[in-house]
Write a protein that binds this ligand. Structure first.
Ligand code: PBG
Length: 341
């Protein structure tokens, strides 16, 4: 029985040495399979009604609720960095929220005002997306309207979504993000757009949107009134095949692009959807994913910039062609300078 340190099952020394291709940064760059580009990053941004200063969010260090003015500036900064798109969320004044989410369909509601502001600032240099969901606008915080028993009423909600689709298109959205997880929402939004001659506006379906704890900080960001949870409409984290069923439905209803959300805990879902469909696939690195990295970095427990690049690269590698991330502008600036990654 002989043991020796300098042999392997294949011979005295390894003939194949993967380390040769990791020898220096230039070699690693050359053989890299996955590259991030600013154009595929999408910046989610919050705009609050009736505020005079941007409001920093305690649970998302570095992210603010914008004023109309600071939002315009953030949009211009995104364009200058080469970011591909911006996704807008409106935060109406508390007193304007009601059971049916009226600010969401008011042409002068904060989201519509912000869409017009941003479009007038950036034109077609930046793709402008809007959140087609009621939760920011309702006083109960659910993504739809409630029936007499307090349950989210799917079909009554669809009527509200149709109206939202029309006002968001009128306000200048290039893309509507259907994030409410109601059955039939993509088809209803498509029909509503086509009904007013807006065949040019596309739909990004939140195809696999899970009932996730990682949305926690977002609820502060939009001053959500939600009590309880969204488990009767968002997907169960235990299920993967259900995501493929949602994909088939969204495509049949006319989705132009599909999304998986959150990103990092659902890379398997992202891979399966990317393999299954030929439409563009996005992933949403959500608020909790952002805050975890920022919190750990603030404590000196991880290297912030490396962690950001690693998470985004992994999401890209798993099959996302586009990534929504609160770091979009900062990362685009790094990529332009070529000093990270
Ligand atoms: C719903 C919506 C949510 C997020 C985006 N759109 C919240 C939810 O479903 O509870 C979460 C995004 C994030 O956490 O960054 N309009």
């Amino acid at each position: 029985m002989s043991t020796t340190h300098d042999t392997t099952p294949y011979g005295a020394f390894p003939g194949t040495r993967p380390r040769r291709l990791r020898v220096n940064p230039a070699m690693r760059r050359l053989v890299s399979e996955t590259r991030l580009h600013p154009a595929e990053l999408i910046l989610p941004a919050f705009v609050a009604e009736g505020v005079s200063e941007p409001l920093p969010l305690a649970s998302m260090p570095g992210v603010v609720q914008h004023t109309r003015d600071s939002l315009r500036k953030a949009a211009v900064e995104a364009v200058e960095a080469g970011v591909g798109a911006i996704m807008l969320y409106g935060v109406p004044e508390e007193s304007k929220k009601d059971a049916i989410g009226s600010p969401g369909t008011d042409p002068d509601g904060i989201l519509q005002v912000a869409l017009r502001d941003v479009r007038s600032e950036v034109g077609d240099d930046l793709i402008v997306m809007s959140d087609l969901c009621l939760d920011e606008h309702t006083d109960h915080g659910h993504c739809g309207v409630l029936d007499a028993e307090g349950r989210v009423d799917n079909d009554a909600t669809l009527e509200r979504y149709a109206e939202m689709a029309r006002v968001q298109a009128d306000a200048g959205a290039h893309v509507l993000g259907t994030s409410g997880m109601m059955d039939g929402q993509v088809g209803v939004a498509r029909a509503a757009l086509d009904g007013i001659g807006r065949q040019d506006v596309s739909i990004l379906a939140y195809t696999a949107k899970y009932a996730s704890a990682f949305y926690g900080p977002f609820r502060e960001a939009v001053a959500s009134s939600l009590k309880g949870d969204r488990k009767t409409y968002q997907q169960d984290p235990a299920n993967a095949r259900e995501a493929l069923r949602e994909l088939a439905l969204d495509l049949a209803e006319g989705a132009d692009m599909v999304m998986v959300k959150p990103a990092l805990p659902y890379l398997d879902i992202l891979r399966r959807i990317a393999d299954e469909t030929d439409v563009p696939v996005a992933a949403y690195q959500v608020s909790g994913e952002y805050s975890m990295v920022e919190a750990a970095a603030a404590n000196g427990w991880i290297d912030r910039d490396r962690a950001i690049m690693e998470t985004l690269t992994s999401v890209r590698r798993a099959g996302a062609g586009m990534i929504l991330t609160y770091w979009a502008t900062e990362v685009a600036q790094w990529l332009n300078r070529g000093d990270r990654g």
